[in-house]
Design a protein around this ligand. Structure first.
Ligand code: ADP
Ligand code: MG
Length: 694
């Protein structure tokens, strides 16, 4: 029996291994099985090249868990190792590379360890003692045994294996005995090894006999050595893809489409990606793509490897060209990863365009479930956006679909405004905005339905992409203002009249929001009052609500536009009533305000003149006088304005028409709630009562 000390630079790597890797210790199994797979592939390669002339025999890898002995064995019939090789690969290289690895990645270990194992030495994460028993394929080789008890000392001697290959035996730590449990190992093998390219047997297949499960003599093979993505797409049927999806994600809803990825140059990558149904944000699951390296499971977090929007897809990607032994932040800048990411994006766009061109009916049918994904891609990936403009579908309120270009053509003649700008109208809620949609339709306009959570952002994107165009929600203004055909004649109101309207309407609107009151001529039959919310403000608020760094807008109070239709008989009547009740008083106040203002202006003028005069002393007294005079005038004006406001507000409070028309306008916008709604209904009954029970 030979003894030696392992050449490690790090003082003692075992405690380090255990400490750092504690949370992810289960990956030891993947590492050991991967080594067994490597050894098997190597002997096959030696046979192929003619270097190895013997029988390959059964190459199945066996895993044996013994919960009584607390051991786990990984047995392969691969190429084995000579004593010299154990010395070189296990004692020197494996140890020193493990040591280097730990030294290099100490700080970021926990973030990358799941993707890159420590190789053979990860066995010590769970074992107090590890044994290797190996027999090399080489002529005249003798079996070698190697034992190490989790410290830098090892023992080497004669082994017991009589057939080519390697047996690794783990004597599990007392806290790690779950790794000798059948159920645990089965679960881990399913997670990490289910597509490894060499058959892996875990115990025997069992059958139900005489009231219990008993072993049969058939090996329980846990993996599929030729997964679907490794096969030639020509040989695969649609149902195979669906079956495979179901195998990967049992119980999931059927995917919309799939793409088979297969590329050899300039990098190697295979895989299958599925488009899941996505309706809203609650539906979104990222981290559903599994990343493999030569059929060995690496991770199900593909962030930084594929563009973010593609993480919404499901499926598998297998590539030996994705560097896994580097930190995640480095990945993004890796040239290969960039190429891979670009390739996948292109493939996804290709596939969508193909379906769009060849099977429009299916494409439209699945559109609602695809839209969020495509919008997300277009908003975050410039290249994808360019491609997707060709197949993006706009849907109108009647449920009809149009490619963007076709839609533009369809509305071009009618929906251009007087400045030649094309206005796209859209609604976000067919029921709530019904009246506005109808108003637009009555003009012969078309209204799009934009009810997806990303639409507020997306509308802005389209505005950028489509030249000389703008988007407006149907309820953001009265329709004639949304698409202005010619300069309409607006009512000519004096400043004081405009101010009166402003005071009167603000008095009867619900508190907590801002209201901008304006007058317009909407015809005798037009509604008396129309409440709209400006496109700009509302869109930014919506964007803030789905995120995207615009919280500032989210915190501003709501602002509404109130358009008063001066041609409407009810408005006329209401203004008459105002005239009757307080017209005289108001005219009087207005005259006094005008007088005071005039006086103030004159004083200011005099002031300006005297200060330009040469005599300093005289100038000073004149200035003081002028200031005093303007001061009293201003006080006067402020007082008078307050009086005026009081009178108007009192009138507004008591005016039934005003309450009824604003109440109805609020009601039709869904803005009357709680007490305001109850008050409105009670008042309405009163009005109706008075009219019919006279
Ligand atoms: P890696 O697999 O990255 O080379 P490991 O630490 O996993 O690093 O293994 C170190 C070396 O030990 C391998 O390269 C291989 O030469 C040898 N080895 C490990 N396990 C086996 C095995 N089951 N059969 C033959 N050689 C093995
Ligand atoms: Mg290895």
């Amino acid at each position: 029996m030979k003894q030696g000390s392992i050449g490690v630079t790090t003082e003692n790597i075992f405690p380090v291994i255990k400490k750092f890797l504690y949370s992810d210790h289960e990956i030891f199994l993947r590492e050991l099985v991967a080594n067994a797979v490597d050894a098997t592939q190597k002997i096959k390669a030696l046979a192929d090249s003619g270097e190895f002339k013997g029988e390959l025999g059964d190459l199945t890898i066996h895993i044996e868990a013994d919960s009584d002995a607390k051991t786990l064995k990984i047995i392969d019939n691969g190429l084995g190792m000579t004593e010299e090789e154990v010395n070189k690969y296990i004692n020197q290289i494996a140890f020193s590379s493990a040591g280097e690895f730990l030294e290099k990645y100490k700080d970021q270990l926990s973030s990358i360890i799941g993707h890159f194992g420590l190789g053979f030495y990860s066995a010590f994460m769970v074992s107090k003692k590890v044994e290797i028993d190996t027999l090399s394929w080489k002529d005249g080789a003798e079996a070698v045994s190697w034992t190490c008890e989790g410290n830098p000392e090892y023992e080497m001697g004669k082994g017991t294996r009589t057939t080519r290959g390697t047996t690794i035996t783990l004597h599990l730590d007392d806290e790690e005995t779950e790794f000798a449990q059948r159920g645990k190992i089965e679960q881990l093998l399913k997670k990490y090894c289910k597509f490894m390219p060499v058959p892996i047997a875990f115990g025997k297949k069992q059958e139900w006999k005489d009231g219990k499960y008993v072993d049969t003599d058939k090996d329980n093979i846990i993996n599929d050595v030729e997964p679907l993505w490794a096969k030639n797409p020509k040989d695969i049927k649609d149902e195979d893809y669906l079956k495979f999806y179901n195998y990967l994600y049992p119980g999931s809803e059927e995917p919309l489409f799939y793409i088979h990825l297969n590329v050899d140059y300039p990098f190697h990558l295979t895989g299958i990606l599925y488009f899941p149904k996505i309706k809203d944000r609650i539906d979104v699951h990222t981290d559903k793509i599994q990343l493999y390296c030569n059929q060995m499971f690496v991770t199900d977090s593909v962030k930084n490897i594929v563009p973010e929007f593609l993480t919404l897809l499901h499926g598998v990607i297998d590539s030996p060209d994705i560097p896994l032994n580097v930190s995640r932040s480095y990945l993004q800048s890796d040239a290969n990863v960039k190429k891979i990411s670009g390739y996948i994006t292109k493939k996804v766009a290709d596939r969508l365009e193909e379906i769009f061109k060849n099977d429009r009916e299916q494409f439209e049918k699945k559109w609602d479930n695809l839209k969020l994904f495509i919008e997300y891609g277009m908003l975050t990936d410039e290249k994808f956006c360019e491609r997707a403009m060709k197949f993006f579908l706009l849907k109108n309120c009647d449920g009809k679909f149009f490619p963007v270009e076709d839609y533009t053509k369809a509305i071009e003649t009618l929906q251009k405004d007087k400045d030649g700008r094309l206005v796209y109208l859209y609604a976000t809620d067919k029921t709530e905005q019904y009246r506005h949609i109808e108003a637009a339709k009555n003009k012969g306009y078309d209204v799009l339905l934009m009810d997806c959570p990303l639409d507020p952002h997306f509308v802005s994107l389209l505005e950028n992409k489509l030249e000389n165009s703008s988007f407006a929600r149907v309820d953001s203004d009265i329709i004639d203002n949304l698409i202005r055909k010619e300069d309409r004649e607006k009512p000519q109101l004096s400043d004081s009249e405009t101010d009166e309207l402003n005071i009167i309407f603000n008095k009867v609107m619900p508190e907590g929001s801002h209201y901008l009151v304006g007058a317009d001529n909407l015809g005798e039959n037009g509604e008396p009052v129309v409440i709209t919310q400006s496109e700009f403000m509302r869109r930014y608020r919506d964007m803030a609500s789905v995120g995207g760094g615009m919280n500032f807008y989210g915190e501003l109070p709501e602002t509404y536009n109130i358009t008063v239709n001066m041609e409407n008989p009810l408005i006329k009547k209401m203004l008459e009533e105002k005239q009757d009740c307080c017209g005289k008083e108001l005219t009087d106040i207005d005259a006094r305000i005008a007088e005071s203002e005039k006086a103030r202006k004159e004083a200011e003028k005099a002031n300006a003149q005297s200060s330009s005069d040469g005599d300093k002393e005289a100038g000073k007294t004149a200035e003081t006088d002028a200031t005093a005079e303007t001061g009293t005038a201003a006080e006067n004006v402020a007082e008078l304005r307050d009086r005026r406001k009081d009178i108007l507000e009192k009138f507004a409070d008591g005016n039934t028409i005003l309450h009824q028309v604003t109440g109805l306008a609020l009601l039709s916008n869904g803005m009357l709630k709680g007490k305001a709604l109850a008050d409105f209904i009670r008042n309405s009954y009163e009005v109706v009562g008075k009219a019919f029970t006279k």
